[in-house]
Design a protein around this ligand. Structure first.
Ligand code: PAF
Length: 283
């Protein structure tokens, strides 16, 4: 496995591979890798001849007062894990590589509508930050495939929409959520939980499963199901932002006749903002 830190080095590798007619799969990450990230890499290796992982904590997708400064950075451990999985190339740029003109008045990519709902309501500008950095990674890596985790389901849809609108010739692959043994979705931010909070955190998945079962039985009771889950989260000491059922294809509010739904939630527990979701198929 090779690690490069500059766009010039990245482009040189990509040119060699493209020259040899080799396919490329990219998994963009912010590092502090867990099994969820490694599952992206495993699928990437299955799909393409060459694999690239990027590690970059992207400041413009963090709001003021969010965890940009404390986001865990574990490059040496990440490198070991990636090498053991047979990665070809790790791209770990610094800020100047990706933001050569700074971050105050630089060009941004914005995907309308879907970026403004759910997480976008609570984190204004977040998805524009994601779309901007992912565009830069796409343009310089020119992958055939790019892989993202379904835990960030809204992010996945934002990226799919961006790829369609900007005509990027890239297939976007969503990979299933990886869970701890008690059901908690794997996330680098789980490290912010203290032992008591960590013990409680699996309530999120438990409520998603219970709500999915109720929804499948009584689709008309959507509002009651959402309110009951929000109440249980608050009573257990979470600060929920939303717990809602939406149409899986575009996150529009569900209307009668929609069969493919998704329950999504974001909730704070102590200093950790936890995200999770679960698909529901109505008969
Ligand atoms: O999901 C993430 O880790 C980030 O949002 C991404 C896609 C790497 C962009 O910074």
């Amino acid at each position: 496995m090779k690690t490069v830190h500059t766009l010039d080095e990245l482009r040189a590798e990509i040119r060699r591979w493209k020259g040899a007619g080799e396919t490329i799969a990219l998994a963009p990450t912010m590092g502090n890798l867990h099994d969820g990230h490694l599952s992206l890499l495993r699928e990437a290796r299955r799909l393409a001849k060459r694999t690239v992982v990027s590690i970059f904590v992207n400041p413009i997708q963090f709001g003021k007062g969010e965890d940009y400064e404390k986001y865990p950075s574990t490059l040496a451990e990440d490198q070991e894990k990636l090498a053991a999985e047979g990665l070809d190339l790790l791209f770990a740029p610094d800020l100047r590589q990706l933001y050569p003109a700074g971050m105050e008045t630089d060009t941004r990519v914005t995907v309308p509508e879907i970026s403004n709902i759910l997480c976008g309501q609570f984190r204004p500008g977040h998805f524009s930050g994601v779309a901007t950095v992912v565009s830069k990674l796409f343009i310089n890596t020119m992958p055939d495939y790019a892989l993202f985790g379904e835990k960030d389901y809204q992010q996945l849809l934002v990226i799919k929409r961006m790829v369609k609108d900007l005509c990027f010739p890239i297939e976007i692959i969503g990979m299933p959520i990886m869970r701890e043994t008690d059901g908690l979705a794997m996330s680098s931010r789980n490290a912010y939980l203290d032992p008591v909070q960590r013990g409680k955190a699996s309530l999120i998945y438990q409520l998603l499963k219970e709500s999915a079962a109720k929804l499948a039985q009584s689709p008309d009771a959507i509002l009651e199901i959402e309110v009951a889950a929000l109440t249980r989260l608050s009573a257990a000491g979470f600060r929920p932002e939303y717990f809602t059922a939406r149409r899986a294809a575009d996150l529009a509010p569900h209307s009668p006749g929609d069969k493919q739904l998704i329950l999504l939630t974001a909730a704070w527990l102590g200093g950790a903002r936890l995200l999770d979701n679960l698909r529901v198929e109505l008969q």
